[in-house]
Design a protein around this ligand. Sequence first.
Ligand SMILES: [Zn+2]
Length: 409
Amino acid sequence: MPEINPKRLMQDLQHLRNIGAFGSGVIRPAFSPADMEARLWLCNRMSEAGLEASIDGMGNVLGRSRNPGKKILLGSHTDTQPQGGWLDGALGVIYGIEVARACAETPETAHYGIDVASWSDEEGTYMGILGSSSFCGTLNHDDFNKAVDHLTGVSLQQAIRAAGLAGIPPFRLDKSNYLAYLEAHIEQGPHLEAQELLLGVVTAIVGLRTFKLSFTGEQNHAGTTPMAYRKDAANALIKLAHALDLEFSSLAHPHTVWTIGHIRLDPGSHSVVPGRAEMLLQFRDTDEALLDKLQDKASSLVQRFCEQGPVAVQLEPVYPHQKSALMSDKVQTCLAAAAQLHAPGRWTSMPSGASHDAQALASHLPTGMLFIPSIRGISHSILEDSKEEDIIRGCRALASATAAILKER
Ligand SMILES: [Zn+2]
């Protein structure tokens, strides 16, 4: 059984944390100077681990084992949100390097083939899950050509040129090369900690759908317009939001989530009855049939509001729907055995409420994910953290699962 080196693991995570450090968190958005510095450092670290490492025209870092035979691909991402935490993504990439090193150092596993990847722009500064989609050959080229960082106005193609990556051919997945893709990640939610559990074996990654609801009434004076005469777009929005919440609560499964993340009232002044309003509604679940039901419910509520009046409502999808991705049963079984070994009785199977690169890989390779607890469930924040003992345990479990799959080949 490969033995990981906890000190080396923590040192590498801390080193990566210092590239783009911002308080206790990190600012390393895709293709920024800090992101590229981290990727070059990863290339070096992978080379030192005996892997053949390089960076492709999409910013993906791939360290390839020199051993013959079918391999396991371990990976995650090292780009961050505009203000991100130090473990989101970084954990899975550094785990990958440590597991490759640990296997190489152990005589019984030294011949195992382990490739390690850091995918680019998982967080969607330009385009979410960019690098892993490109690797799998499922990148939408229209979306690619149009992708822009909405905070800076810089296009994805400009960013790739500025990072010095233009013209470098992208890596492409050769399915015959790999037995499985494994991604370890922080949970980014409160479930493991709340149940005093130490590891999570992911069953599926949620699908998500986002809609814009537009309300059209009539703008008027807030003092002189009697209530019965109003076509108040804000009033309709509030009532519909409340009705959605009630109806979704009655349809939801335990892990279903829905969010109204944005509301705009027009003109948005204290003395004007709003003539227009809009809100963004997003919902997520692993069950596509349930997502269909939620979408039907939203449509029928919108229709009812239109019929009742006095405000017209429109529902339209924004952003492409993301389909849920099932993790491989076989890989889940291996991860569960590893979880039981390193956290007997203190692990669970669970869905992932967040998107991950594993979503792109899951339709091409047997794929699995392993979660470690997030302190207070906080992520996408500089306050994101996990206990050192949990970080080390997660790497040990990933090493065991990786070795178990490679032993069987
Ligand atoms: Zn992540």
